[in-house]
Write a protein that binds this ligand. Sequence first.
Ligand code: KIV
Ligand code: ZN
Length: 524
Amino acid sequence: MTTTSKQDRVLIFDTTLRDGEQSPGATMTHEEKLEIAEMLDEMGVDIIEAGFPIASEGDFRAVSEIATRSKNSRICGLARANFADIDRCWEAIKHAEKSRIHTFIGTSELHRAIPNLTMDEMADKIHETVTHARNLCENVQWSPMDATRTEWDYLCRVVEIAIKAGATTINIPDTVGYTAPVESADLIRNLIETVPGADEVVFATHCHNDLGMATANSLAAVAGGARQIECTINGLGERAGNTALEEVVMALKVRNDIMPWTTDIDTTKLMAISRRVATVSGFPVQFNKAIVGKNAFAHESGIHQDGMLKNKETFEIMRPEDVGLSGTSLPLGKHSGRAALRDKLEHLGFDIGDNQLKDVFVRFKDLADRKKEVFDDDIIALVRTGGDTENDHLKLVTLRVACGTGGPAEATMVMSVDGENKTAICQGDGPVDAAFKAVREVHPNDAHLQLYQVHAVTEGTDAQATVSVRLEEDGNIATGQSADTDTVVASAKAYIHALNRLIVRRGKMGEGVDTREISYRDVT
Ligand code: KIV
Ligand code: ZN
Protein backbone atom coordinates (compact mmCIF):
# COMPACT_ATOMS: atom_id res chain seq x y z
CA MET A 1 0.00 0.00 0.00
CA THR A 2 1.29 3.48 -0.78
CA THR A 3 0.79 6.29 1.68
CA THR A 4 0.72 9.96 0.81
CA SER A 5 1.78 12.80 3.07
CA LYS A 6 -0.11 16.08 3.33
CA GLN A 7 2.45 17.53 0.93
CA ASP A 8 1.43 15.06 -1.75
CA ARG A 9 -2.21 16.03 -1.67
CA VAL A 10 -3.55 18.66 -4.05
CA LEU A 11 -6.83 20.28 -3.06
CA ILE A 12 -9.41 20.59 -5.81
CA PHE A 13 -11.31 23.89 -5.70
CA ASP A 14 -14.21 23.86 -8.13
CA THR A 15 -15.56 27.18 -9.37
CA THR A 16 -18.05 25.93 -12.00
CA LEU A 17 -20.87 27.65 -10.10
CA ARG A 18 -19.02 30.97 -9.84
CA ASP A 19 -16.38 31.57 -12.54
CA GLY A 20 -18.02 29.00 -14.83
CA GLU A 21 -21.54 30.30 -14.41
CA GLN A 22 -20.28 33.83 -15.00
CA SER A 23 -19.55 32.91 -18.60
CA PRO A 24 -22.09 34.73 -20.85
CA GLY A 25 -24.98 32.38 -21.59
CA ALA A 26 -24.05 29.76 -18.97
CA THR A 27 -26.53 30.96 -16.37
CA MET A 28 -28.07 28.09 -14.39
CA THR A 29 -31.36 27.93 -12.53
CA HIS A 30 -31.44 27.61 -8.74
CA GLU A 31 -32.32 23.89 -8.88
CA GLU A 32 -29.59 23.22 -11.43
CA LYS A 33 -26.99 24.87 -9.17
CA LEU A 34 -28.07 22.73 -6.21
CA GLU A 35 -27.87 19.61 -8.33
CA ILE A 36 -24.36 20.39 -9.62
CA ALA A 37 -23.19 21.24 -6.09
CA GLU A 38 -24.48 17.89 -4.86
CA MET A 39 -22.59 16.06 -7.61
CA LEU A 40 -19.38 17.99 -6.81
CA ASP A 41 -19.80 17.22 -3.13
CA GLU A 42 -20.26 13.51 -3.84
CA MET A 43 -17.31 13.23 -6.22
CA GLY A 44 -14.78 14.46 -3.65
CA VAL A 45 -14.22 18.13 -4.52
CA ASP A 46 -12.48 19.73 -1.51
CA ILE A 47 -13.83 23.26 -1.91
CA ILE A 48 -16.88 24.37 -3.90
CA GLU A 49 -17.01 28.05 -4.83
CA ALA A 50 -20.79 28.23 -4.90
CA GLY A 51 -21.27 31.81 -6.12
CA PHE A 52 -20.89 35.50 -5.49
CA PRO A 53 -23.48 36.24 -2.78
CA ILE A 54 -23.72 40.02 -3.16
CA ALA A 55 -24.24 39.85 -6.94
CA SER A 56 -27.96 39.05 -6.68
CA GLU A 57 -30.67 37.60 -4.48
CA GLY A 58 -30.51 34.49 -6.64
CA ASP A 59 -26.77 34.01 -6.04
CA PHE A 60 -27.21 34.59 -2.30
CA ARG A 61 -30.01 32.02 -2.07
CA ALA A 62 -28.06 29.43 -4.06
CA VAL A 63 -24.87 29.84 -1.99
CA SER A 64 -26.83 29.67 1.31
CA GLU A 65 -28.71 26.55 0.31
CA ILE A 66 -25.59 24.82 -0.99
CA ALA A 67 -23.86 25.74 2.29
CA THR A 68 -26.56 24.07 4.40
CA ARG A 69 -26.82 20.98 2.17
CA SER A 70 -23.16 20.19 1.59
CA LYS A 71 -21.98 16.99 3.31
CA ASN A 72 -18.26 16.83 2.59
CA SER A 73 -16.95 19.85 0.72
CA ARG A 74 -15.98 23.22 2.16
CA ILE A 75 -18.33 25.90 0.77
CA CYS A 76 -16.81 29.13 -0.42
CA GLY A 77 -18.37 32.43 -1.50
CA LEU A 78 -16.69 35.26 -3.43
CA ALA A 79 -16.45 38.83 -2.14
CA ARG A 80 -14.77 41.96 -3.49
CA ALA A 81 -12.49 43.96 -1.21
CA ASN A 82 -15.15 45.77 0.80
CA PHE A 83 -16.99 45.09 4.04
CA ALA A 84 -20.48 44.91 2.48
CA ASP A 85 -19.42 42.12 0.10
CA ILE A 86 -17.59 40.22 2.81
CA ASP A 87 -20.51 40.49 5.29
CA ARG A 88 -22.99 39.32 2.66
CA CYS A 89 -20.71 36.43 1.74
CA TRP A 90 -20.41 35.37 5.39
CA GLU A 91 -24.21 35.51 5.80
CA ALA A 92 -24.54 33.07 2.89
CA ILE A 93 -21.89 30.54 3.94
CA LYS A 94 -21.92 30.67 7.72
CA HIS A 95 -24.22 27.65 8.12
CA ALA A 96 -21.94 25.33 6.21
CA GLU A 97 -20.16 22.64 8.19
CA LYS A 98 -16.96 24.00 6.59
CA SER A 99 -16.94 27.48 5.06
CA ARG A 100 -14.55 29.87 3.36
CA ILE A 101 -14.62 33.56 2.42
CA HIS A 102 -12.75 34.27 -0.81
CA THR A 103 -11.93 37.96 -1.16
CA PHE A 104 -9.95 39.51 -3.97
CA ILE A 105 -8.76 42.73 -5.58
CA GLY A 106 -7.01 43.43 -8.89
CA THR A 107 -3.37 44.23 -8.10
CA SER A 108 -1.74 44.80 -11.50
CA GLU A 109 -1.20 48.36 -12.69
CA LEU A 110 -4.16 48.11 -15.09
CA HIS A 111 -6.45 46.80 -12.36
CA ARG A 112 -5.27 49.30 -9.73
CA ALA A 113 -6.36 52.05 -12.12
CA ILE A 114 -10.02 50.93 -12.03
CA PRO A 115 -10.70 51.96 -8.41
CA ASN A 116 -7.95 54.57 -8.84
CA LEU A 117 -5.97 53.49 -5.77
CA THR A 118 -2.27 54.07 -5.17
CA MET A 119 -0.13 51.08 -4.25
CA ASP A 120 -0.18 52.17 -0.59
CA GLU A 121 -3.94 52.75 -0.53
CA MET A 122 -4.54 49.31 -2.03
CA ALA A 123 -2.17 47.70 0.46
CA ASP A 124 -4.18 49.28 3.33
CA LYS A 125 -7.43 48.07 1.81
CA ILE A 126 -6.09 44.52 1.56
CA HIS A 127 -5.03 44.60 5.21
CA GLU A 128 -8.44 45.92 6.37
CA THR A 129 -10.58 43.59 4.28
CA VAL A 130 -8.65 40.38 4.94
CA THR A 131 -8.62 41.19 8.67
CA HIS A 132 -12.37 41.77 8.54
CA ALA A 133 -12.97 38.48 6.71
CA ARG A 134 -10.77 36.59 9.13
CA ASN A 135 -12.67 38.04 12.10
CA LEU A 136 -15.80 36.43 10.65
CA CYS A 137 -14.45 33.15 9.29
CA GLU A 138 -11.47 31.05 10.30
CA ASN A 139 -10.84 30.05 6.69
CA VAL A 140 -10.06 32.94 4.32
CA GLN A 141 -8.74 32.87 0.78
CA TRP A 142 -7.23 35.98 -0.75
CA SER A 143 -6.53 36.57 -4.46
CA PRO A 144 -4.53 39.32 -6.16
CA MET A 145 -6.50 39.37 -9.42
CA ASP A 146 -4.25 39.55 -12.50
CA ALA A 147 -1.34 38.36 -10.34
CA THR A 148 0.62 37.14 -13.35
CA ARG A 149 0.80 40.74 -14.68
CA THR A 150 1.42 42.36 -11.30
CA GLU A 151 4.86 43.88 -10.57
CA TRP A 152 6.91 41.26 -8.71
CA ASP A 153 7.86 43.46 -5.72
CA TYR A 154 4.31 44.65 -5.25
CA LEU A 155 2.96 41.12 -5.52
CA CYS A 156 5.32 39.96 -2.76
CA ARG A 157 4.33 42.93 -0.61
CA VAL A 158 0.57 42.37 -0.88
CA VAL A 159 0.81 38.60 -0.44
CA GLU A 160 2.75 39.20 2.78
CA ILE A 161 0.11 41.68 3.99
CA ALA A 162 -2.71 39.20 3.29
CA ILE A 163 -0.89 36.42 5.15
CA LYS A 164 -0.23 38.70 8.15
CA ALA A 165 -3.91 39.76 8.14
CA GLY A 166 -4.96 36.11 8.47
CA ALA A 167 -5.47 34.65 4.98
CA THR A 168 -5.15 30.87 5.10
CA THR A 169 -5.00 30.33 1.32
CA ILE A 170 -3.25 32.61 -1.17
CA ASN A 171 -4.57 32.16 -4.68
CA ILE A 172 -2.47 33.37 -7.62
CA PRO A 173 -4.83 34.01 -10.55
CA ASP A 174 -3.75 34.12 -14.15
CA THR A 175 -6.88 36.14 -14.86
CA VAL A 176 -6.29 36.73 -18.55
CA GLY A 177 -4.61 33.43 -19.42
CA TYR A 178 -1.27 35.11 -20.04
CA THR A 179 1.30 32.94 -18.29
CA ALA A 180 3.14 29.84 -19.55
CA PRO A 181 4.18 26.67 -17.68
CA VAL A 182 7.79 27.61 -16.84
CA GLU A 183 6.72 31.04 -15.59
CA SER A 184 3.77 29.58 -13.67
CA ALA A 185 6.01 27.17 -11.74
CA ASP A 186 8.66 29.85 -11.06
CA LEU A 187 6.12 32.37 -9.84
CA ILE A 188 4.73 30.08 -7.14
CA ARG A 189 8.16 28.74 -6.19
CA ASN A 190 9.63 32.25 -5.87
CA LEU A 191 6.68 33.50 -3.82
CA ILE A 192 7.01 30.59 -1.41
CA GLU A 193 10.76 31.18 -1.10
CA THR A 194 10.53 34.97 -0.79
CA VAL A 195 7.43 35.97 1.18
CA PRO A 196 7.69 35.73 4.98
CA GLY A 197 5.04 33.40 6.38
CA ALA A 198 4.44 31.68 3.01
CA ASP A 199 5.03 28.24 4.50
CA GLU A 200 2.07 28.80 6.86
CA VAL A 201 -0.51 29.01 4.06
CA VAL A 202 -1.67 26.98 1.08
CA PHE A 203 -0.83 28.45 -2.33
CA ALA A 204 -3.46 28.01 -5.02
CA THR A 205 -3.36 28.35 -8.79
CA HIS A 206 -6.27 29.76 -10.84
CA CYS A 207 -5.70 29.71 -14.58
CA HIS A 208 -7.68 30.84 -17.58
CA ASN A 209 -7.28 29.18 -20.95
CA ASP A 210 -6.85 32.08 -23.38
CA LEU A 211 -3.67 30.58 -24.86
CA GLY A 212 -4.80 26.97 -24.36
CA MET A 213 -2.32 26.46 -21.51
CA ALA A 214 -4.56 26.45 -18.42
CA THR A 215 -4.08 22.76 -17.61
CA ALA A 216 -0.32 22.88 -18.22
CA ASN A 217 0.01 26.09 -16.20
CA SER A 218 -1.94 24.64 -13.27
CA LEU A 219 0.16 21.47 -13.17
CA ALA A 220 3.36 23.52 -13.43
CA ALA A 221 2.18 25.65 -10.51
CA VAL A 222 1.76 22.46 -8.48
CA ALA A 223 5.33 21.48 -9.39
CA GLY A 224 6.32 24.92 -8.09
CA GLY A 225 4.62 24.29 -4.76
CA ALA A 226 0.91 25.14 -5.16
CA ARG A 227 -1.34 22.68 -3.36
CA GLN A 228 -4.74 23.84 -4.58
CA ILE A 229 -5.95 23.88 -8.18
CA GLU A 230 -8.93 26.05 -9.09
CA CYS A 231 -10.90 24.63 -11.97
CA THR A 232 -14.30 24.04 -13.55
CA ILE A 233 -16.10 21.08 -15.07
CA ASN A 234 -15.53 20.98 -18.87
CA GLY A 235 -13.30 24.06 -18.43
CA LEU A 236 -16.45 26.21 -18.39
CA GLY A 237 -15.69 29.88 -17.88
CA GLU A 238 -15.39 33.32 -19.38
CA ARG A 239 -13.78 33.66 -22.82
CA ALA A 240 -11.71 30.48 -23.42
CA GLY A 241 -12.68 29.16 -19.99
CA ASN A 242 -10.89 28.01 -16.85
CA THR A 243 -8.66 25.01 -16.15
CA ALA A 244 -10.73 21.85 -16.74
CA LEU A 245 -11.13 19.81 -13.56
CA GLU A 246 -11.26 16.50 -15.42
CA GLU A 247 -7.97 17.27 -17.21
CA VAL A 248 -5.85 18.12 -14.17
CA VAL A 249 -7.32 15.28 -12.11
CA MET A 250 -6.74 12.64 -14.80
CA ALA A 251 -3.28 14.02 -15.63
CA LEU A 252 -2.26 13.62 -11.98
CA LYS A 253 -3.72 10.12 -11.91
CA VAL A 254 -2.32 8.83 -15.20
CA ARG A 255 1.14 10.46 -14.89
CA ASN A 256 1.60 10.01 -11.17
CA ASP A 257 5.06 8.64 -11.98
CA ILE A 258 6.29 12.13 -12.88
CA MET A 259 3.69 14.21 -10.99
CA PRO A 260 3.55 12.51 -7.59
CA TRP A 261 0.51 14.32 -6.20
CA THR A 262 -2.94 12.97 -5.51
CA THR A 263 -6.49 14.29 -5.32
CA ASP A 264 -9.56 12.88 -3.59
CA ILE A 265 -11.71 12.93 -6.74
CA ASP A 266 -13.71 9.81 -7.62
CA THR A 267 -12.85 9.89 -11.32
CA THR A 268 -15.63 7.45 -12.25
CA LYS A 269 -18.05 10.32 -11.69
CA LEU A 270 -16.37 12.65 -14.23
CA MET A 271 -18.44 11.70 -17.26
CA ALA A 272 -21.79 12.11 -15.52
CA ILE A 273 -21.02 15.56 -14.14
CA SER A 274 -19.52 16.67 -17.44
CA ARG A 275 -22.76 15.75 -19.24
CA ARG A 276 -24.90 17.42 -16.62
CA VAL A 277 -22.90 20.66 -16.71
CA ALA A 278 -23.03 20.66 -20.52
CA THR A 279 -26.80 20.33 -20.35
CA VAL A 280 -27.57 22.92 -17.73
CA SER A 281 -25.05 25.48 -18.99
CA GLY A 282 -26.01 25.04 -22.64
CA PHE A 283 -22.31 24.74 -23.54
CA PRO A 284 -21.83 21.44 -25.40
CA VAL A 285 -18.53 19.61 -24.95
CA GLN A 286 -16.44 19.61 -28.12
CA PHE A 287 -16.16 16.09 -29.60
CA ASN A 288 -12.38 15.89 -29.29
CA LYS A 289 -12.20 17.43 -25.79
CA ALA A 290 -9.68 15.59 -23.59
CA ILE A 291 -11.18 13.10 -21.11
CA VAL A 292 -14.90 13.86 -21.58
CA GLY A 293 -15.30 14.51 -25.31
CA LYS A 294 -17.47 12.10 -27.31
CA ASN A 295 -14.40 10.93 -29.27
CA ALA A 296 -11.95 10.83 -26.35
CA PHE A 297 -12.09 7.02 -26.26
CA ALA A 298 -13.20 6.30 -29.85
CA HIS A 299 -10.67 4.49 -32.01
CA GLU A 300 -11.88 4.51 -35.57
CA SER A 301 -8.91 4.13 -37.88
CA GLY A 302 -8.12 0.59 -39.00
CA ILE A 303 -4.62 0.58 -37.48
CA HIS A 304 -5.94 1.82 -34.14
CA GLN A 305 -8.79 -0.71 -34.05
CA ASP A 306 -6.45 -3.55 -34.90
CA GLY A 307 -4.03 -2.51 -32.15
CA MET A 308 -6.85 -2.07 -29.65
CA LEU A 309 -8.18 -5.56 -30.31
CA LYS A 310 -4.76 -7.09 -29.71
CA ASN A 311 -3.89 -5.03 -26.63
CA LYS A 312 -5.90 -2.06 -25.35
CA GLU A 313 -2.80 -0.36 -23.99
CA THR A 314 -1.50 0.09 -27.57
CA PHE A 315 -3.50 3.28 -27.93
CA GLU A 316 -5.20 3.77 -24.56
CA ILE A 317 -3.49 5.51 -21.64
CA MET A 318 -6.56 5.31 -19.40
CA ARG A 319 -9.57 3.04 -19.36
CA PRO A 320 -13.01 4.43 -20.26
CA GLU A 321 -14.28 2.95 -16.98
CA ASP A 322 -11.84 5.20 -15.05
CA VAL A 323 -13.84 8.26 -16.09
CA GLY A 324 -17.24 6.64 -15.77
CA LEU A 325 -17.83 5.44 -19.33
CA SER A 326 -19.22 1.95 -19.73
CA GLY A 327 -17.30 -0.17 -22.24
CA THR A 328 -20.43 -1.52 -23.95
CA SER A 329 -22.95 0.32 -26.04
CA LEU A 330 -25.96 -1.91 -26.78
CA PRO A 331 -28.65 0.04 -28.60
CA LEU A 332 -32.27 0.05 -27.39
CA GLY A 333 -35.26 -0.35 -29.72
CA LYS A 334 -38.99 0.23 -29.76
CA HIS A 335 -39.63 -2.94 -27.74
CA SER A 336 -37.35 -1.91 -24.90
CA GLY A 337 -39.22 -1.19 -21.69
CA ARG A 338 -38.92 1.30 -18.89
CA ALA A 339 -36.60 -1.00 -16.86
CA ALA A 340 -34.16 -1.30 -19.77
CA LEU A 341 -34.17 2.48 -20.19
CA ARG A 342 -33.56 3.04 -16.48
CA ASP A 343 -30.73 0.52 -16.58
CA LYS A 344 -29.18 2.24 -19.58
CA LEU A 345 -29.49 5.67 -17.94
CA GLU A 346 -27.75 4.39 -14.80
CA HIS A 347 -25.00 2.92 -16.96
CA LEU A 348 -24.56 6.29 -18.64
CA GLY A 349 -24.20 7.95 -15.25
CA PHE A 350 -27.62 9.62 -15.01
CA ASP A 351 -29.35 9.46 -11.68
CA ILE A 352 -32.88 10.57 -12.55
CA GLY A 353 -36.06 10.56 -10.51
CA ASP A 354 -39.31 8.78 -11.41
CA ASN A 355 -40.94 11.88 -12.92
CA GLN A 356 -38.03 12.61 -15.20
CA LEU A 357 -37.86 8.93 -16.17
CA LYS A 358 -41.53 9.08 -17.15
CA ASP A 359 -40.87 12.08 -19.39
CA VAL A 360 -37.72 10.58 -20.96
CA PHE A 361 -39.54 7.28 -21.54
CA VAL A 362 -42.37 8.96 -23.47
CA ARG A 363 -39.86 10.75 -25.68
CA PHE A 364 -37.76 7.59 -26.03
CA LYS A 365 -40.81 5.66 -27.31
CA ASP A 366 -41.59 8.44 -29.75
CA LEU A 367 -37.99 8.39 -31.01
CA ALA A 368 -37.87 4.58 -31.20
CA ASP A 369 -40.96 4.66 -33.43
CA ARG A 370 -39.08 6.83 -35.90
CA LYS A 371 -35.59 5.38 -35.57
CA LYS A 372 -34.63 1.70 -35.78
CA GLU A 373 -31.91 1.72 -33.16
CA VAL A 374 -31.63 4.18 -30.30
CA PHE A 375 -27.95 4.52 -29.33
CA ASP A 376 -26.35 5.76 -26.11
CA ASP A 377 -25.81 9.20 -27.62
CA ASP A 378 -29.50 9.40 -28.58
CA ILE A 379 -30.46 8.67 -24.96
CA ILE A 380 -27.98 11.26 -23.69
CA ALA A 381 -29.50 13.81 -26.09
CA LEU A 382 -33.00 12.98 -24.81
CA VAL A 383 -31.98 13.57 -21.20
CA ARG A 384 -29.92 16.65 -21.99
CA THR A 385 -32.49 18.47 -23.99
CA GLY A 386 -35.59 17.82 -21.87
CA GLY A 387 -39.18 18.03 -23.11
CA ASP A 388 -41.95 20.60 -22.62
CA THR A 389 -42.93 21.26 -19.04
CA GLU A 390 -46.38 22.17 -17.73
CA ASN A 391 -45.14 25.65 -16.83
CA ASP A 392 -43.92 26.53 -20.34
CA HIS A 393 -45.73 29.57 -21.73
CA LEU A 394 -44.93 28.63 -25.31
CA LYS A 395 -45.19 25.17 -26.83
CA LEU A 396 -44.82 23.91 -30.37
CA VAL A 397 -47.98 22.08 -31.41
CA THR A 398 -47.38 21.35 -35.11
CA LEU A 399 -44.93 22.45 -37.76
CA ARG A 400 -44.94 21.78 -41.49
CA VAL A 401 -42.35 23.26 -43.81
CA ALA A 402 -42.37 23.26 -47.59
CA CYS A 403 -38.94 23.91 -49.07
CA GLY A 404 -36.75 23.08 -52.02
CA THR A 405 -35.62 24.68 -55.25
CA GLY A 406 -37.64 27.34 -57.03
CA GLY A 407 -38.90 29.53 -54.19
CA PRO A 408 -38.65 30.48 -50.56
CA ALA A 409 -39.34 27.97 -47.79
CA GLU A 410 -42.73 28.28 -46.13
CA ALA A 411 -43.48 27.25 -42.53
CA THR A 412 -46.98 26.63 -41.21
CA MET A 413 -46.82 26.55 -37.45
CA VAL A 414 -49.31 26.07 -34.63
CA MET A 415 -48.01 27.20 -31.27
CA SER A 416 -49.72 27.18 -27.92
CA VAL A 417 -49.34 30.45 -26.00
CA ASP A 418 -50.45 30.02 -22.39
CA GLY A 419 -52.78 27.23 -23.52
CA GLU A 420 -54.27 29.03 -26.54
CA ASN A 421 -53.38 27.71 -30.01
CA LYS A 422 -52.19 30.31 -32.54
CA THR A 423 -51.23 29.76 -36.18
CA ALA A 424 -48.65 31.50 -38.35
CA ILE A 425 -47.61 30.98 -41.96
CA CYS A 426 -44.27 32.56 -42.85
CA GLN A 427 -41.77 32.45 -45.66
CA GLY A 428 -38.05 32.54 -45.11
CA ASP A 429 -34.59 32.06 -46.50
CA GLY A 430 -34.56 28.29 -45.89
CA PRO A 431 -36.70 26.14 -43.58
CA VAL A 432 -35.12 27.20 -40.26
CA ASP A 433 -35.44 30.90 -41.08
CA ALA A 434 -39.11 30.37 -42.05
CA ALA A 435 -39.81 28.45 -38.81
CA PHE A 436 -38.11 31.11 -36.63
CA LYS A 437 -40.15 33.83 -38.38
CA ALA A 438 -43.32 31.89 -37.59
CA VAL A 439 -42.33 31.71 -33.91
CA ARG A 440 -41.75 35.48 -33.92
CA GLU A 441 -45.09 36.11 -35.57
CA VAL A 442 -46.93 34.18 -32.87
CA HIS A 443 -44.77 35.56 -30.05
CA PRO A 444 -43.28 38.93 -31.12
CA ASN A 445 -40.00 39.60 -29.30
CA ASP A 446 -36.81 41.60 -29.59
CA ALA A 447 -34.48 38.81 -28.48
CA HIS A 448 -31.28 38.85 -30.47
CA LEU A 449 -30.01 35.48 -31.77
CA GLN A 450 -26.44 35.07 -30.48
CA LEU A 451 -25.84 31.44 -31.36
CA TYR A 452 -27.45 28.76 -33.48
CA GLN A 453 -25.67 25.42 -33.45
CA VAL A 454 -26.61 22.01 -34.87
CA HIS A 455 -24.94 18.66 -34.12
CA ALA A 456 -25.80 15.23 -35.50
CA VAL A 457 -25.95 12.94 -32.46
CA THR A 458 -25.14 9.71 -34.28
CA GLU A 459 -24.37 8.60 -37.82
CA GLY A 460 -26.97 7.87 -40.51
CA THR A 461 -29.62 9.91 -42.24
CA ASP A 462 -32.13 9.16 -39.47
CA ALA A 463 -29.75 10.59 -36.84
CA GLN A 464 -31.12 12.98 -34.27
CA ALA A 465 -29.96 16.57 -34.44
CA THR A 466 -29.33 18.49 -31.23
CA VAL A 467 -29.79 22.19 -31.63
CA SER A 468 -28.64 24.94 -29.26
CA VAL A 469 -30.04 28.45 -29.54
CA ARG A 470 -28.74 31.34 -27.44
CA LEU A 471 -30.80 34.53 -27.19
CA GLU A 472 -30.03 37.90 -25.66
CA GLU A 473 -32.61 40.45 -24.55
CA ASP A 474 -31.85 43.56 -22.46
CA GLY A 475 -28.64 41.99 -21.14
CA ASN A 476 -30.38 38.72 -20.22
CA ILE A 477 -29.06 35.63 -21.93
CA ALA A 478 -30.91 32.34 -22.25
CA THR A 479 -29.96 29.12 -24.00
CA GLY A 480 -32.46 26.59 -25.34
CA GLN A 481 -31.74 23.09 -26.54
CA SER A 482 -33.72 20.41 -28.29
CA ALA A 483 -33.19 17.14 -30.12
CA ASP A 484 -35.22 15.58 -32.91
CA THR A 485 -34.67 13.47 -36.01
CA ASP A 486 -36.10 16.47 -37.88
CA THR A 487 -33.54 19.30 -37.76
CA VAL A 488 -36.14 22.01 -38.39
CA VAL A 489 -38.40 20.76 -35.59
CA ALA A 490 -35.38 20.57 -33.22
CA SER A 491 -34.46 24.14 -34.23
CA ALA A 492 -37.96 25.52 -33.62
CA LYS A 493 -38.19 23.74 -30.25
CA ALA A 494 -34.75 24.99 -29.16
CA TYR A 495 -35.77 28.55 -30.10
CA ILE A 496 -39.02 28.21 -28.15
CA HIS A 497 -37.15 26.68 -25.19
CA ALA A 498 -34.81 29.70 -25.06
CA LEU A 499 -37.79 32.08 -25.29
CA ASN A 500 -39.49 30.28 -22.37
CA ARG A 501 -36.35 30.73 -20.29
CA LEU A 502 -36.21 34.43 -21.17
CA ILE A 503 -39.85 34.83 -20.14
CA VAL A 504 -39.10 33.23 -16.75
CA ARG A 505 -36.08 35.47 -16.31
CA ARG A 506 -38.12 38.57 -17.21
CA GLY A 507 -40.69 37.59 -14.57
CA LYS A 508 -38.00 37.17 -11.96
CA MET A 509 -36.47 40.51 -12.85
CA GLY A 510 -39.86 42.06 -12.08
CA GLU A 511 -39.70 40.49 -8.62
CA GLY A 512 -36.23 41.92 -8.12
CA VAL A 513 -34.64 38.47 -8.23
CA ASP A 514 -31.37 37.64 -9.93
CA THR A 515 -30.71 41.06 -11.40
CA ARG A 516 -27.11 40.13 -12.30
CA GLU A 517 -26.30 43.80 -12.40
CA ILE A 518 -23.05 43.58 -10.45
CA SER A 519 -20.05 42.11 -12.15
CA TYR A 520 -17.12 41.02 -9.99
CA ARG A 521 -14.94 43.06 -12.27
CA ASP A 522 -16.61 46.30 -11.08
CA VAL A 523 -14.24 46.49 -8.16
CA THR A 524 -14.72 49.57 -6.03
O1 KIV B 1 -9.78 35.07 -12.80
C1 KIV B 1 -9.76 35.67 -11.71
O2 KIV B 1 -8.89 36.49 -11.41
C2 KIV B 1 -10.82 35.36 -10.77
C3 KIV B 1 -10.65 35.94 -9.40
C4 KIV B 1 -11.92 36.43 -8.84
C5 KIV B 1 -10.00 34.93 -8.51
O3 KIV B 1 -11.73 34.62 -11.07
ZN1 ZN C 1 -11.19 33.45 -12.90
